[in-house]
Design a protein around this ligand. Structure first.
Ligand SMILES: [Zn+2]
Length: 489
């Protein structure tokens, strides 16, 4: 895809972690005015340095000290920043740029609230289930939403406790505005070759998708990725040092790793075509590379298990036939697909993992906010005639419309997945279809909706409910997507 080729050439500014300029009305921010400004553990230069932020980064304002502002970073950490190099900005409504002086010291003003949709929902100390549970909330509890990151919301409870809760456990109403906060963190800038700003060390290890190279520096750094005649190159603005012997990692497909004279590039080559993905940490001081032979490496893919239970009054099981609810089948295939994509080196995310308040528009916006490279919604077909059978894949990109500019890319994604699916299941090939479904119409990136098999047909329902077949369907979708990414490069 053209966009991917451009991304490869573009540079990623990894040190920006704006706390979400698109949050609800009357949120007060500290906007960074210096080019690079330190964050410290207290209001003075004698306090420990916690990190640094760049010009125009916006941080949630918590309080004002003597010439210093207390702020919250994107990772939820509290820190202090000098008022000499920053200014207070109150965002009256999203899109308004009129700065206002905050009139009270209420932390972050009147932020957006949300309702917990499931009993015994864990509030954790960080944005994943590996963090410890701080407390459990019952359904209907109101919380204040502070920040969104990777499917988790940072929230404040009525007693002032702050923690993280899985996005699937919260009902936000119009969640799109929160999801946009994630997008602010992914900026691109031009990068000038030859500038060496610092130094970093890297270490090699094996991952499921190939060679893992973890690069660490004491300061945030810039990088870019490019395909060369010999393989893949990683360029950066710092000087790198580390082990270059890759003989123990031959299974990754990487047969050699070398550095340029000025040590600002890592060059990977192999006997097969290589792919390279880079994931920066939130503070920009660490970048993890995956180098291997799968075209899925480094691509962000959103997987949407169709239907689900919605918070509040409505639930949506999808088609209910032959003792099965479609949403359960979609969820099982979606989870299997997530696992397989990530094992192949992709950066895959689920729109939801169980109970959800996301409607169809939210699911598309979720993928848009994450700037995903591809989107796939997993469904089962259903018909009143229980002999109806077969597999089909939908896309939507009408020619002659602004949505149709990359029609061939959308269409090819559907075609690649459809052909793998039909081959794997030996099912009837209904074909690639174009339909104006919300999730494939509202997504900005190439997107498809897969109708795997008919849940209304007893023999296909038996296949859909079989765990081995669910794995097989997920593998077919993964393989079709891999073929498409290879073709798009
Ligand atoms: Zn469906």
């Amino acid at each position: 895809m053209k966009k991917i080729a451009l991304l490869v050439l573009a540079l990623i500014l990894i040190l920006s972690f704006a706390a979400g300029t698109a949050l609800a009305a009357d949120v007060t921010y500290v906007k960074v005015t210096g080019s690079v400004v330190n964050l410290r553990s207290g209001p003075g230069t004698s306090y420990d340095k916690l990190g640094s932020v760049t010009k125009d980064t916006q941080l949630v304002w918590l309080s004002t000290g003597d010439g210093w502002y207390q702020v919250k970073t994107s990772s939820g950490q509290k820190a202090w920043i000098s008022a000499t190099y920053s200014e207070l900005v109150s965002v009256a409504d999203p899109g308004s740029s009129t700065p206002q002086t905050p009139s009270s010291s209420t932390p972050s003003g009147s932020a957006k609230t949300a309702l917990v949709n499931t009993n015994s929902s864990n509030v954790r100390s960080g944005p994943s289930t590996s963090y410890s549970s701080l407390t459990k909330l019952s359904a209907g509890t109101e919380v204040t939403v502070l920040y969104f990151s990777d499917g988790w919301y940072q929230v404040r409870l009525a007693d002032g406790t702050e923690g993280w809760i899985s996005a699937s456990l919260l009902d936000l109403g119009n969640s799109g505005s929160i999801l946009v906060a994630e997008k602010e963190r992914r900026q691109t800038v031009r990068f000038t070759h030859g500038q060496v700003c610092g130094s970093g060390k890297y270490a090699l290890s094996s991952g499921t998708a190939g060679l893992i190279v973890k690069i660490q520096s004491s300061e945030p750094f810039l990088y870019e990725i490019a395909r060369t005649s010999k393989g893949m190159a990683f360029y950066t603005d710092i000087s790198l040092s580390g082990e270059t012997n890759v003989s123990s990692y031959r299974a990754s497909g990487v047969s050699s790793l070398s550095q340029t004279d000025n040590k600002t590039a890592l060059l990977f080559s192999g006997s097969q075509k290589l792919y390279l993905g880079a994931v920066p940490s939130a503070d920009g001081c660490t970048v993890t590379l995956t180098v291997g032979t799968s075209p899925l490496i480094g691509h962000r893919i959103v997987v949407d298990p169709g239907h689900g239970s919605y918070a509040g009054s409505s639930t949506d099981p999808g088609a209910v036939q032959n003792g099965l609810s479609e949403r359960d089948i979609n969820m099982a295939i979606g989870r299997a697909l997530l696992y397989k994509l990530n094992a192949a080196g992709a950066d895959a995310r689920l729109t939801h993992d169980g109970p959800t308040s996301l409607d169809l528009y939210d699911r598309a916006w979720f993928a848009n906010a994450l700037e995903a490279d591809a989107f796939v919604s997993v469904h089962c077909n259903s018909a009143t005639n229980n002999t109806a059978n077969g597999s089909s894949t939908y896309f939507y990109a009408p020619a002659g419309n602004t949505m149709g500019w990359n029609r061939s890319e959308h269409q090819l994604l559907a075609k690649e997945v459809q052909s793998e699916l039909v081959a794997a299941l030996a099912s009837r090939n209904i074909g690639v279809k174009e339909e104006r479904f919300v999730v494939i119409r509202e997504t900005d990136m190439p997107s498809i909706l897969v109708e795997t098999l008919f849940i209304s047909n007893p023999s296909e329902a038996a296949v859909l409910s079989d765990p081995d077949s669910q794995q097989q369907i997920a593998a077919a979708i993964r393989d079709g997507m891999a073929n498409w990414f290879a073709a798009m490069e």
